[in-house]
Design a protein around this ligand. Sequence first.
Ligand code: GSH
Length: 161
Amino acid sequence: MKLYFSPFACSLAARIAIYEAKLDCEFVRVNLNKKVTESGIDFWTITDKGKVSALALDSGRVLTENFAVLQYIADQAAPGSLIPVEDREDRYEVISWLSFVTSEIHKMGVYPLASPHFSNEMKAITNELVQRQLTLVTPHCKIETIFLEILVSPMSIYSGR
Ligand SMILES: N[C@@H](CCC(=O)N[C@@H](CS)C(=O)NCC(=O)O)C(=O)O
């Protein structure tokens, strides 16, 4: 397994999850501006989305989208250690929060904050929104799993909490 990552980008969640799951994995740093890996491979040839996280599985399949990548990693860990096992209601609660962080915080909130294309006024509004969304997620970080904490920590770093 090979994780294509960029320091302090959202791929940090996948890196932490892999360490927590104690999985064998090669970490490949990507320069997201140049779309090139540290060894000079054109990142577009790895994924035509050009974004981290990208997780190359031993089968050759490349998984993208943190929502999927994190669930895959969690399912490779010891059963129930990162995400509740199948058939448990709280598994779906974790998945629900994963979706919330992916859509409501990462793309709706964090992306505009990091983007040079948004005005300071827009960033101030967004920052308020992100803080509110993080307040919603944080109390759920303790639900029988550290998975949400893993996901939320990098997001917290992003938004300066
Ligand atoms: N929908 C993707 C978004 C991933 C994403 O936006 N990754 C950012 C880093 S946090 C990236 O690679 N940006 C580079 C780019 O957009 O060119 C997911 O949820 O995994």
